[in-house]
Ligand binder design. Sequence first.
Ligand code: NAD
Length: 354
Amino acid sequence: MPKNYNISVIKGDGIGVEIVDQAIKVLGAVGKKFDINFDYKEYLMGGCAIDATGNPLPQETIDGVLNSDACLFGAIGGPKWDNLDRELRPESGLLRFRKEMGVFANLRPATVYDELVDASSLKPEVIKGVDIMVVRELIGGIYFGEPKGKTETKGWNTMVYTVEEIERIAHVAFKLAMKRDKRVCSIDKANVLDVSQLWRDTTERIAKEYPEVELTHMYVDNCAMQLIANPRQFDVILTGNIFGDILSDEASMLSGSIGLLPSASTGLKTAVYEPIHGSAPDIAGLGIANPIATIASASMMLRYSLDEEDAADAIDAAIKKTMADGYRTGDLAAYDCKEQVNCTQMGDIIASNI
Ligand code: NAD
């Protein structure tokens, strides 16, 4: 009997549709090989949901995702909806979605494929072998803190973290480090911010439960420099919401293309797997988007939500082989490219390499 998983799918806007279709294709290939069946149910979110229902995050989507084993997500947003009131915009739906799902931990690997060391803006000798996991707190901090507000002459937001919020994200980082190189670097601004001092004190206390893991601390401004100067020094980076937002985008550029990098958002109720990039309106509909970030997100879904390690390894190996064979979408066509392919072809090749 094949194992069966219920997967909620949110394709979203722009390139979301085409990249998620490729991930589903690759999951089909891996399902055949490992006797796994995926039942997909599609839900609306973002601009397409606004067009269809007037609401960027319909209740049906929240319920459907909460009732699934995991959610595969594309991207949302686009210029068509940019002029709506902030509360009605696709991005507000995304923030509310993360909160509703309780996904407090955002995992973003930043790894560099050997074949693509030239794609990075840094020197090959600086980035070769980089393998970083950024663990970002996702539903607290300044993006959600109260009070917040704006008048004609003043605007304000509040960075708040409770001990419980810091503890649970710290545990995620330490547990991941145990499976990796056993090093956590916690990022804060404890020289200026009280909330960061609490962050530092709490991570120190949690570290005592993981004696094999080395904990270091770094100020966020220094970390921004160190990621460029010597990225190989990092194993797991543990950070709050806004610092993680910025640092994980910076870390992602080490690999050369935003189209390569997956993410997992896990937490209290379910988990959401998505590429780190947005809906790329500038190339939407052209069929040239790089689907690898989304396919790698499907691999993370197998690994972290479904416990299908072998199937996840098979996807990662198929992506690596495709890179090594020299197939590239347009974003990476300048680097060691033997054949330039479009989004669908890239999905076909990775699926056939499973
Ligand atoms: P973006 O990530 O969509 O695009 C930035 C640049 O990277 C563009 O030039 C784009 O063509 C390129 N790019 C992105 N993904 C690619 C891929 N898979 N293959 C090849 N090239 C790729 O960021 P943006 O332009 O700042 O935002 C566009 C829209 O996406 C906005 O509405 C934004 O709010 C939204 N957004 C959504 C999410 C999400 O759904 N999680 C995340 C970020 C941005």
